[in-house]
Design a protein around this ligand. Structure first.
Ligand code: KG4
Ligand code: ZN
Length: 349
C-alpha cells in the first residue's frame, strides 16, 4: 500500500503544496512564485511574503489535490517545513498543515528546509546508497553535509559570511540586472569570457570545508565603482562569467575534496544555486573520472518546492518521526535537530 503525503512549503517567497506517493512519485507539485511582487524591492520583503502566503495557501493546496486527482480522505499524512526560514512565512505553512492534520485526523510531519533540499535527490533516485556528500547551495545556505543514513547528518563545512545564492543576488543587483540574480547571471555568463576579468577565490585555511563569498562579491562591487569613476564601460557578460566561475571553482573544488576525504563516491547537489548550469556541468565533469557519481535534481526540484518536503517527510513517516500539533515555526532550526515543545516522541493518533 502506498504512503501518500500532502506537503506544504512557505519558508521564503514560494507558496508550494505537493502530493507525493512513496517518497518518489510526484502526483502534483504546485509552486506559486512571488518573484513579481518582490522584484521591485530588489529582494524578498518578509512581511509581504507572509501576507501573500496567506492569500495563496488554500488555493495552492486545492490545486495540488486537484492535479493529483485525490480526495483528502486518501492522504496518509500532512507534512510542512517548520524551519529554517522567515518566521512569518513559515507560520502560514505550519498553521495550515496543523489545521489540515487535525481536521483530517492525520499524523503531522515537521521537515527542516535544508533536509527538504537534500531529499530532492531521493525524489529522482530513491535507491542511492549511503554514505554520500551533499552540497546544499541556496539563497540562505552553503553547506557541505555528510549523509550517513536517512536523517543522520554531519556538517562538514558552511559559509562564514554570504551564502552562494545571496552573493549571486547581491552582485546581480549591483550590476543592475534585477532579482533573483542567480538565473540572470547564469544566462548572461554564457555570452562572456570568464578569464577576461580575474576575481579572487577564497579557500580559507588548508583543509577547511568552510566557504566565504564576501571577498569575491566586494571585488565585483569595487570593479564596477572603479570603472564608473574612470568612465570606462564594463563588459557585463565577462563580469558575470568571471564572478560565476570564481564561485563555481571554489564550490566544486571543496565538494570533491570533502567527498574524497570522507571516502565517499556519491555526491549530491541541492538548493536553488544547484540549478546553475555551470555548477552542474563542472561538478559532473570534475567528478567524472569513473570513480565518483554526481546526482543533480532537475532545476525545478532544486529551487524551493513542496515535493522535496514530501520526500523528506516520507522517510520520517517510515521512522514514525511525527510532530505534535503544538508544532511551531523555528526560524533558525539546525539540520538534524527536532524542536518540538515538550518531549513529544512518536505519533499522535
Ligand atoms: O533554494 P532557493 O529556491 O531558496 C532558498 O532556500 O534560499 O534558492 C534561491 C537562490 C537565489 O539566491 C537564486 O538567485 C539562486 O537560488 N538561484 C541560482 C540559479 N537559480 C536560482 N543561482 C545561480 N544560478 C541559477 N541558475
Ligand atoms: Zn530553499
Amino acid at each position: 500500500m502506498s504512503v501518500i503525503i500532502l506537503a506544504l512549503e512557505t519558508s521564503c517567497d514560494d507558496t508550494s503544496a505537493a502530493v507525493v506517493a512513496d517518497g518518489s512519485e510526484i502526483l502534483s507539485n504546485v509552486i506559486s512564485s512571488q518573484v513579481e511582487v518582490h522584484k521591485k524591492f530588489g529582494g524578498v520583503v518578509p512581511e509581504i511574503a507572509s501576507r501573500k502566503h496567506l492569500e495563496l495557501m488554500n488555493y495552492v493546496i486545492e490545486e495540488a489535490m486537484a492535479v493529483a486527482g485525490l480526495s483528502f480522505a486518501e492522504l496518509d499524512a500532512v507534512a510542512v517545513t517548520y524551519g529554517p526560514g522567515l518566521v512569518g512565512a513559515l507560520l502560514v505553512g505550519v498553521a495550515s498543515a496543523k489545521a489540515a492534520a487535525y481536521g483530517l485526523g492525520l499524523p503531522l510531519v515537521g521537515v527542516n528546509h535544508v533536509e527538504g533540499h537534500i531529499y530532492a535527490n531521493f525524489l529522482v533516485e530513491p535507491d542511492i546508497s549511503f554514505p554520500m556528500v551533499c552540497l546544499v547551495v541556496s539563497g540562505g545556505h552553503t553547506d557541505l553535509i555528510l549523509l550517513k543514513n536517512h536523517g543522520s547528518y554531519e556538517l562538514l563545512g558552511s559559509t562564514r559570511d554570504d551564502a552562494a545564492g545571496e552573493a549571486f543576488d547581491k552582485v546581480a543587483r549591483t550590476m543592475g540586472l534585477g532579482y533573483p540574480g542567480g538565473p540572470l547571471i547564469d544566462r548572461l555568463a554564457r555570452e562572456g569570457q570568464a578569464e577576461a576579468i580575474n576575481l579572487p577565490r577564497s579557500y580559507l585555511e588548508e583543509g577547511s570545508f568552510d566557504f566565504s563569498f564576501s571577498g569575491v562579491k566586494s571585488a565585483v562591487i569595487n570593479y564596477l565603482h572603479r570603472a564608473s569613476q574612470h568612465g570606462e564601460e564594463v563588459n557585463q557578460a565577462d563580469l558575470a562569467a568571471g564572478f560565476q566561475k570564481a564561485v563555481v571553482d571554489v564550490l566544486v573544488d571543496k565538494t570533491i575534496a570533502a567527498a574524497d576525504k570522507a571516502g565517499v563516491s556519491t555526491i549530491l547537489l541541492a538548493g536553488g544555486v544547484a540549478a546553475n548550469t555551470q555548477l552542474r556541468a563542472e561538478l559532473i565533469k570534475r567528478a567524472g573520472d569513473g570513480s565518483r557519481r554526481v546526482i543533480c535534481p532537475p532545476p525545478i526540484l532544486c529551487t524551493d518546492n513542496a515535493a522535496m518536503v514530501a520526500c523528506a517527510a516520507y522517510y520520517k513517516y517510515l521512522r514514525g518521526a511525527f510532530a505534535p500539533l503544538t508544532l511551531n515555526a523555528v526560524p533558525n532550526l539546525k539540520l538534524g535537530e527536532e524542536k518540538y515543545e515538550g518531549n513529544f516522541k512518536g505519533r499522535l493518533m
